[in-house]
Structures are given as structure tokens and as C-alpha cells.
Design a binder for this molecule. Structure first.
Ligand code: ZN
Length: 75
């Protein structure tokens, strides 16, 4: 199965691993991302969190590589 994850380092991010972010996950993100209009998805394989619309990567949440918690890429 081809990877659908926007992270180029992710080898197992198939279609079924890409999910809309859950409310309890959303609450862990940086404050600037907590807007109702933000449509975010997360790869459950690597933990990559990205904008669903344009696949821009925002950070990683509870990823197998980066560990527990929220790790933003940009501010
Ligand atoms: Zn991934």
C-alpha cells in the first residue's frame, strides 16, 4: 500500500492510517492551531499532524519516532 502520509520519512502511513484529529488530541496542540476552522489530520503510524486541505505538516503528536506529546515543527 502506498504511503498517504505527507511526511517523507513515514514508511507505513497508508490510507487507513490517516484520520481526522480527535478532540483530546486537538487539545494538546499549540494554541495557535486551536481554531475551529482548522481541518487537521494525523497519521497514526508516525504521529504526523497536518492540514487536511494542503497536507502542510505542523508537527508530530505521540509518534513512534518522536515520542509522547506534541512536537511542533513551525511556530
Ligand atoms: Zn505518517
Amino acid at each position: 500500500m502506498p504511503s498517504r502520509c505527507p511526511s517523507k520519512d513515514c514508511s507505513g502511513g497508508g490510507e487507513n492510517r490517516q484520520k481526522k484529529i480527535k478532540v483530546d488530541q486537538f487539545s494538546e496542540l499549540s494554541d495557535y492551531l486551536k481554531k475551529p476552522a482548522m481541518d487537521l489530520s494525523r497519521c497514526s503510524y508516525c504521529g504526523c499532524v497536518y492540514e487536511t486541505r494542503n497536507q502542510r505538516i505542523l508537527g508530530f503528536l505521540d509518534g513512534g519516532v518522536v515520542g509522547e506529546g506534541w512536537k511542533p515543527i513551525t511556530e
